[in-house]
Design a protein around this ligand. Structure first.
Ligand SMILES: NC(=O)c1ccc[n+]([C@@H]2O[C@H](COP(=O)([O-])OP(=O)(O)OC[C@H]3O[C@@H](n4cnc5c(N)ncnc54)[C@H](O)[C@@H]3O)[C@@H](O)[C@H]2O)c1
Length: 286
């Protein structure tokens, strides 16, 4: 099958921007679709800041940065995704929003061999594929934050995903983008979040019940278990809204009390304390 050359990205938050960046750095033509001029501007800045960081670290020249930037086009017109070979949906972790994106992608992306991927952290792929007329093109490609740094991608097919789409995605993600691909069953949280989220929620409960402060919980896991980051720092990095969404989805399927989002997490999300991306979560950020 023809290699992926034209990439589409829907949503340009933490994950969408990171994915757009690594695709452009792999010399691919990238079209980022977002909802309006403000999110275009935020997305553009996000990519720019990340590339500037590489220039400062002398991992990229200014010329290379400008060439990478020139390969990324931003648009608010979904029809422009028509000619894409691989589209990554990276919008907020809300089922109705993602399903609407997939309805649109199903309609506008023309090639029957194009891959329609979601980077959902929690929803089974089938819930997204079910709203399309081409479920054989739909799969999960769960990336990790920060996308340019983290090597892993969890690749998940639903009961209806075609072998051609899975093969094309695997060869694109590992061959072209150099990611390590692991395959997971189509279940909430796939592999990594099914293991990770109960651990993060336990840390939140410790703070909620005043067993220990956020600082103490994080220090204990860094110093006692040699984790590079404590669970609450990691929750802040992932985003409390994302952790909450995954937790709810795990709980809906398992009814396991350990998967239920603690009240403190719900209140912090309602308060807009989403972690690094809003400047405050369990810790404060400049
Ligand atoms: N944050 C992480 O660590 C992480 C890791 C892996 C996967 N994910 C998943 O990636 C996805 C995005 O997460 P994020 O952390 O980048 O979120 P984010 O909040 O940083 O960004 C979400 C983006 O979606 C855009 N958006 C919202 N509604 C939209 C719509 N209808 N059409 C187009 N764009 C829309 C917003 O403008 C924003 O740019 C989620 O599914 C999340 O679960 C997140």
């Amino acid at each position: 099958m023809r290699p992926v050359e034209q990439v589409g990205v829907v949503g340009c938050g933490v994950v969408g921007a990171g994915f757009a960046e690594i695709c452009a750095r792999a010399d691919l033509d990238v079209l980022v679709h977002t909802t309006g001029p403000e999110s275009v501007e935020r997305g553009r800045l996000r990519v720019r800041h990340s590339l500037d960081r590489l220039v400062r670290k002398e991992m990229l020249s200014e010329r290379e940065r400008d060439a990478v930037t020139a390969r990324i086009t931003f648009s608010t017109d979904a029809k422009r995704l028509r000619d894409r070979d691989f589209v990554l949906e990276a919008v907020v972790e809300r089922l109705a929003v993602k399903q609407e994106v997939f309805r649109v992608l199903d309609e506008v992306v023309a090639d029957a061999d194009a891959v329609l991927a979601s980077t959902t952290s929690s929803f089974p792929v089938m819930k997204l594929a079910a709203v399309t007329s081409s479920p054989e093109r739909v799969l999960g490609a769960h990336l990790f934050n920060p996308v340019p740094v983290m090597e892993l991608v969890e690749l998940t097919g639903s009961l209806r995903t075609g072998a051609r789409a899975l093969d094309r995605a695997r060869s694109f993600l590992s061959g072209t983008l150099g990611k390590q691909v692991i395959t997971s069953k189509d279940r909430p949280g796939f592999l990594v979040n099914a293991l990770l989220i109960p651990y993060l929620l336990s840390a939140v409960r410790m703070v909620e019940s005043e067993v220990a402060s956020a600082e103490a919980v994080d220090r204990s896991m860094k110093l006692g278990c040699a984790h590079p980051m404590g669970p609450l720092e990691l929750t802040d990095l992932i985003g409390l809204d994302v952790v909450m969404a995954v937790s709810k989805e795990l709980y809906e399927e398992s009814k396991e009390p350990l998967h239920a989002p603690p009240g403190l997490l719900l209140r912090m999300v309602e308060a807009g304390l989403l972690g690094r991306k809003t400047g405050q979560g369990f810790h404060r950020y400049a």
